[in-house]
Design a protein. Structure first.
Length: 268
């Protein structure tokens, strides 16, 4: 996949153009603020920018397609000039299509293609890489669906179903990335276990994306609120980089860049 360098961890900077995301909601809601933050993240060392217009935190309510496009497409069009690859973080094919038309080159679907059946055929048709993330239910129901026998085995087999559906829709195998979905239908302990056993998720050969940034499992371990989870996020990032994760999705790009570069220098 051209977006990735084998053996290196790419840094995906989060750009939420939402009023209500769990850690940065409202900060980049205006076009100018969003473009400014994208520029800043590129200067800080982001390899990719992930633009999202709908919060998927537990309990978040759904945004209309028109509103999600209004929040994302103009930003993507403007940040095209920065020369950094952009992904669209959406569960909806119509939103993804508008984003791809505006210049995005990758789709990041937190529903793994289950929310909108038109998503896998769109990714196939446009021949773009697609992140299939593991979750269960919707942001409204996912917290109640976090019951597993062996969380790693079940996430693996449910992701294998997502891969089969995407392949069936025509998505080429080398355009698929997988994400265990930390915090999505996972308790903090389950998110920690997925990280601890991340090597087992590599066995299927797909590049892994992991999004630990400022999440609840960090607060659970350190007893800190969302604005005070930087160090915990960095520890998770170092772990991911040391274990061959292909992409980390993060808010704090400057600090994460240094941690990834240092971890890779040690790893050699
Ligand atoms: N996490 C969030 C959103 N999108 N995409 C992938 N691939 N992996 C993740 O772990 C992931 C994701 C949630 O974080 P954030 O965007 O900061 O919050 P919100 O959903 O409230 O906008």
């Amino acid at each position: 996949m051209e977006l990735l360098t084998p053996g290196r961890t790419a840094l995906m900077g989060v750009l939420n153009t939402t009023p209500d995301s769990f850690s940065d909601g409202g900060r980049y809601h205006s076009l100018e603020a969003a473009v400014g933050r994208a520029r800043e993240m590129v200067d800080e060392g982001a390899d990719l920018i992930d633009v999202g217009g709908e919060s998927t935190r537990p309990g978040a309510s759904e945004v209309s397609v028109d509103e999600e496009i209004r929040r994302t497409a103009p930003v993507i069009e403007r940040i095209g000039a920065l020369g950094v690859p952009v992904s669209i973080d959406t569960r909806k094919a119509t939103v993804a299509k508008a984003a791809l038309d505006a210049g995005a080159v990758m789709v990041n679907d937190v529903s793994g293609g289950t929310f909108d059946p038109a998503m896998p055929p769109l990714a196939a048709d446009r021949r773009v890489p697609v992140v299939l993330m593991h979750t269960r239910g919707t942001p409204q129901t996912m917290d109640s669906l976090a019951s597993y026998g062996d969380v790693v085995a079940e996430v693996r087999s449910e992701l294998a179903e997502r891969v089969a559906a995407a392949r069936h829709a025509g998505v080429e195998e080398n355009r698929i990335l997988l994400d265990p979905g930390l915090g999505f239908a996972k308790t903090p302990e389950q998110s920690l276990e997925l990280l601890r056993r991340i090597d087992e998720l590599h066995q299927d050969g797909f590049p892994l994306v992991v999004g630990p940034s400022r999440k609840r499992f960090v607060g659970h371990v350190l007893g800190t609120e969302v604005e005070d989870r930087l160090e915990g996020t960095l520890a998770a990032v170092a772990w991911c980089a040391a274990h061959g994760v292909a992409v980390v999705r993060v808010h704090d790009v400057r600090a994460v860049r240094r941690v990834v570069d240092m971890t890779e220098a040690i790893r050699g």
